[in-house]
Design a protein. Structure first.
Length: 109
């Protein structure tokens, strides 16, 4: 997965920053901007006490800004399988191995 991630990020290194990233206002996007010092830290005193060690640990990064895949490990399949994208289904696991796939194929036929 590491080699795949490096290859992917090398391939997209010259892509411009998508404009929609600046429009996102969900907690994860705001947290990302705060982490990279693009937005000021705004939190209640209790949260600031908890965040202070992390805030103080930030260091400048001397690298070019680049678009990255933010959840690569969460989006990689490690074995061959056929995914069912319907809600409540998903990737076969030890609890739902091939039996789950056979049921899914039958339901789709």
């Amino acid at each position: 997965m590491l080699r795949t991630g490096i290859a992917f990020h090398t391939a997209i290194a010259d892509q411009p920053r998508p404009a929609f990233l600046d429009l996102r206002d969900d907690p994860w996007s705001i947290g990302d901007r705060v982490a990279w010092d693009e937005l000021p830290v705004q939190a209640c005193p209790v949260a600031l006490d908890l965040l202070e060690p992390l805030i103080n640990a930030r260091r400048p990064v001397d690298l070019a800004s680049q678009v990255v895949h933010g959840d690569l490990p969460g989006n990689v399949l490690f074995r061959t399988c056929r995914m069912d994208a319907r809600p409540g289904r998903g990737i076969p696991t030890r609890d739902r191995p091939r039996r789950h796939l056979r049921q899914t194929r039958a339901e789709l036929s």
